[in-house]
Design a protein around this ligand. Sequence first.
Ligand code: ADP
Ligand code: MG
Length: 294
Amino acid sequence: ATPTALVAGTGRGAQLGILVRGPEALEAARAVSVVALDKTGTLTTGRMSLVGVVAASAEAVEVHRVAGALESASDHPVARAIAEDRPVDGARVEDFADRPGHGVVGTVVSPDGTALRAVVGRPELLEREGLTISPVLHTALDASREQGRTAVLVGWDGEARGLLEVADTVRDGAADAVAELRRLGLRPVLLTGDHEAAARGVAAQVGIDEVVAGVVPEEKVDAVRRLQSDGTGVAMVGDGVNDAAALATADLGIAMGTGTDAAKQAGDLVLVRGDLAVVADAVRLSRRTLGTIR
Ligand code: ADP
Ligand code: MG
């Protein structure tokens, strides 16, 4: 493509609400035949809310207090839901670490000086941090996942103490956007760090049948590479810190404008308003831009 055509394409992109970070991005879009879409914050609004707390060997209010305090230090959608409306007692968090795609760890220090080293996140993270998970909590995890909810555990002092269930809503227009991708001959794939059951629930609502679930950020990269393996051009749409590496690996990385800076920096295109219908617009724009100069 001539530089002039690409620059013109970039200008048309701006009108559509697509920030083109480097005109070459439009060239990459031409070869794309698979579109991998992240779930939380991409197909869904990412505005999650806490819908349940299950306590085990602790009071429910304590489960919410400790998890809420720790999550107040993270900006993940799951974290925001848990931190919102938490019982606030002036606790502070020390030695905090975000484990993208897994959860958070840190020390919650109460006003009376009591310090708890706590973990909130996937069961695998708690196990890795040396906490045991009772059969009761495993059963509760399975039950909430079957309902399509995202469930995370919170634990301290050697064991998981409770489970927090959050639920999210699919973006308006997500199903139409997916249908439009299919009309353009593109194959949609849902790619998520969340559990399979929760992922299937969202996939069914938006009309996607191919799901890759339970992948940590590094595995999102592997999943994109696998989709690329037979020379297939892959676009990836994502919003999170956990999507940044996969966005960079994809032939065309598309970041949600509503997403994190890490994602926006890794993307070739940024959807300014976070409107999924614009993904199809971006592909059409690229096809047209390149079509005109051939
Ligand atoms: P997605 O791919 O759907 O955007 P992520 O990769 O960000 O999801 O997260 C995958 C899973 O890791 C979440 O479903 C949740 O179980 C867990 N997780 C990630 N961040 C946090 C956090 N801050 N607190 C608790 N759990 C988290
Ligand atoms: Mg996400």
